[in-house]
Design a protein around this ligand. Sequence first.
Ligand SMILES: NC(=O)c1ccc[n+]([C@@H]2O[C@H](COP(=O)([O-])OP(=O)(O)OC[C@H]3O[C@@H](n4cnc5c(N)ncnc54)[C@H](O)[C@@H]3O)[C@@H](O)[C@H]2O)c1
Length: 387
Amino acid sequence: MIETVGVVGAGTMGIGIAQIAAQNEHQVIIYDHSEAQLEKAKLGLEKVLNRLVEKERITDNERKKIIDRMVFTPKMSELWPCGLVIEAIVESIEIKHQVFQSLENIVSEHCILATNTSSLSIASIGASLKIAERIIGIHFFNPAPLMPLVEIIPSIQTGEKTTTVCKNLISSWGKTVVLCKDTPGFIVNRVARPFYGEALRIYEEGMADFSTIDWALTEIGGFRMGPFTLMDYIGNDVNFAVTESVFKAFFYDPRFKPSFTQKRYAEAGYFGRKSGRGYYDYDDVKLNPKPQTDKALGEKILNRILCLLINEAIDAVFMGVATSKDVDLAMTKGVNYPKGLLKWGDEIGLDKILKQLQNLFDYYGEDRYRPNPLLRQMVKENKQFYE
Ligand SMILES: NC(=O)c1ccc[n+]([C@@H]2O[C@H](COP(=O)([O-])OP(=O)(O)OC[C@H]3O[C@@H](n4cnc5c(N)ncnc54)[C@H](O)[C@@H]3O)[C@@H](O)[C@H]2O)c1
């Protein structure tokens, strides 16, 4: 039984994770090396909890109890009673190594040490520990208290007990837990790459403009946001950096090749909403072109992006990254896709997906369109992901 949860880093993710743990009746100790950040995080959390009381999601008494369960500290040594510590500091392997080494000297030998990293390998973080069986990835999505999905990533060093305890604990917090191999991008950030990459490619080929591609994906496909609106929302600088890091981490597999269009937008400072301009203009929305609402063109765009997404989801299953059920759960709960991609593939017909990918592959001769072997096999055997 884990009573006390420690959180290292009181930034965007850390404070959200601390809130979830405290709402689930854990004592929570939040450590950050910056006192100013601790103060800021505490004030921010108080505001969030006050809003929850106003909206009648929690009572004022519950709000008080949540606050009482939390300790904010600039001293790492105060983390000693924790049964689990979740690290959410800067994305730097050197700094994470230092922090985990210091942490190991403070907590008991039974304490599980987790990282919320988005892009580093769990094995590389675990390498800094004396007891490496206790390392695990617990990857929350932003904003952590609202997003239902959590990816749990055991590395090659992780003990079975560590994984079981974390799976059960995070599920008991009301989260949808998926289990995932320690591979670049885990599930969501790997499988979602073509949503951006193929949309950019379609634009670069001159097949359609940003607004038409977004229209096809939202109006015909049922996605909540089109790829260009979403990239502007995430920030082109951030999205490009993730794309580049996944590409490198996959040893430059051409399936994950970044786009020059996005690189130029990031270089120009056209980050998206936060800079007032990205693929769209946010200062003067009248300047944004209207989509070309041609249904045949829209379906062509949607099908092309969808085929690549489904191929990527199949690859995650083929490579043992996650089960088909978890891949579908991850994309619906982590990035709000209207349907699980494998279920969607079944509905469209895996033979049709294979045919379209084969046509693209024959036309372009590029590896990014190569159909996955599992897809070929399933079509040959007339199989589906769901019966
Ligand atoms: N922001 C996201 O959308 C998101 C989503 C999932 C995972 N992540 C991952 O979560 C982690 C944190 O991201 P974030 O966006 O919350 O970052 P952030 O910059 O908002 O917060 C990081 C916090 O860590 C503190 N910190 C830095 N170095 C420290 C040290 N040596 N000791 C103690 N505290 C230290 C900083 O003072 C800061 O408060 C990263 O690994 C990131 O990849 C981020």
